[in-house]
Design a protein around this ligand. Structure first.
Ligand code: GLC
Length: 420
């Protein structure tokens, strides 16, 4: 009898919940830096407003690993995850499994976001993701150490960076054997594709594949760029940089053991947290230019997308609408230095107070160089993989830059031959 009553009351409780229309959504968001906590804060706020529940799941740190996992789930038409945070380079890879956000979110709201990102997320007329935050590579430097070693400004060229990093490293090593001049993302993954595109583009070497689909990677400027960066590994950058992703680089930097770091804007707020050795000592500038070139930042960033197989598309779209809206983007910018995708927030005084370089580097964010994802479509991950592997072989001195780029050109043309 007791059991019957218990099960009856459970049934009634469920009925009450479903009567109120409340659902539980599963959300695959972020895990880098403060990513998980920040997604949770936003999702909880939406849950509180609507009476629904959001279950945030753990996701891999690396974008490549996330992609592989999500491709498996979506390929199997799994409804397990309702909302995915997707990389700016994925719409052409998984867009067919995502709902058209135009059917759920008013045009006026969509049109508040940077048009280039909305365009990037539009595949065959379908808006497969709402812009959540944008990203661009920036140069972090230690303001205290530049001063100590007699520099008044961050480096403008890669050569200057090498000279400054060398001098600071030599000086700091007298008291700190772990100190290094420069850290970046050197392991073989999507992050290396981003860093290497910056080096190459800053020397005037193009974007791997141009907007017409032509493979342009095998050129003299690219070779020059790779020679310059190869020369940094094992001198001012530790040999171990070829095992670093974003977080490994940030850990070295945030422990106070590097003069310069290439990273995304999230590393600013993380570095300013209580207990960080670099709190109050962080400068942020545009990345250096190559010889005869101009600075380049790779365009990164993330969108929120609804799984086409979700059982709760309306609620999922409502969560996306809330999280990508102006209020939440402002909160995330102020608390965790995530770049908004809404232009007006770059003039917001609270945002600029918390993250001054959102104002001073506005052009860097709006002129960032895109990876060739749109033009290579469903082949983008193969292209990026071949590219990062070739660059990795150069950094680890398995290949010289010239021959590596010639081989890569052949590989990319073979991928192209299978259609992009
Ligand atoms: C950042 C960027 C993303 C890029 C990734 C590479 O998360 O926002 O676009 O693919 O870094 O590691």
């Amino acid at each position: 009898m007791k059991r019957v009553l218990a099960s009856l009351s459970l049934t009634l409780a469920c009925a009450a919940v479903s009567q109120a229309g409340a659902v539980t959504l599963t959300f695959a968001c972020d895990s880098v830096g403060q990513g998980f906590d920040e997604c949770k804060k936003g999702a909880d706020a939406w849950a509180k407003r609507t009476g629904n529940t959001v279950r945030l799941i753990q996701v891999p740190k690396e974008t490549d690993q996330r992609l592989a996992l999500y491709q498996q789930q979506l390929g199997a038409r799994s409804a397990d995850v309702d909302v995915y945070m997707i990389d700016v380079v994925w719409p052409g890879l998984i867009g067919q499994h995502l709902l058209d956000m135009k059917k759920y979110i008013p045009a006026a709201e969509i049109n508040r976001h940077f048009p280039a990102i909305v365009q990037n997320n539009t595949i065959g007329g379908k808006l497969v993701g709402m812009p959540f935050f944008t990203d661009a590579g920036v140069l972090y430097y230690r303001t205290d150490l530049l001063k100590k070693y007699g520099y008044t400004k961050p480096p403008k060229t890669w050569n200057e960076l090498a000279t400054m990093a060398q001098k600071i490293q030599a000086g700091e090593r007298k008291t700190n054997s772990r100190f290094v001049g420069f850290v970046f993302q050197g392991k073989n993954y999507e992050g290396l594709t981003c860093d290497a595109l910056e080096w190459i583009s800053s020397f005037g070497g193009g974007t791997i594949v141009d907007s017409s689909g032509k493979v342009t990677i095998n050129n003299a400027k690219t070779v020059q760029a790779l020679q310059a960066i190869q020369g940094l590994v094992g001198t001012v950058a530790p040999q171990a940089v070829t095992t670093y992703g974003e977080e490994e680089a940030r850990n070295v930097w945030q422990a106070g053991n590097a003069a310069f770091m290439r990273n995304w804007p999230y590393a600013y707020a993380a570095g300013q947290e209580q207990g960080s050795a670099v709190r109050g000592k962080i400068g942020v500038a545009a990345l250096p230019a190559g010889t005869g070139g101009k600075p380049a930042a790779t365009l990164g960033g993330w969108q929120l997308a609804v799984n086409a197989y979700s059982k709760n598309p309306k609620e999922a779209a409502s969560l996306v609408q809330y999280l990508t809206g102006v209020q939440e983007q402002k909160r995330r910018a102020v608390e965790a230095s995530y770049n908004p995708t809404i232009a007006s927030l770059y003039k917001d005084k609270d945002v600029l107070k918390a993250v001054p370089f959102f104002g001073s580097l506005y052009d860097v964010f709006t002129n960032a160089v895109a990876r060739p994802a749109t033009v290579t479509g469903s082949k983008y991950n193969q292209v990026s993989d071949a590219f990062s592997t070739a660059v990795y072989n150069v950094l680890t001195k398995k290949s010289a830059p010239g021959p590596a780029m010639k081989t890569l050109e052949g590989q990319l043309n073979r991928i192209k031959g299978r259609g992009w």
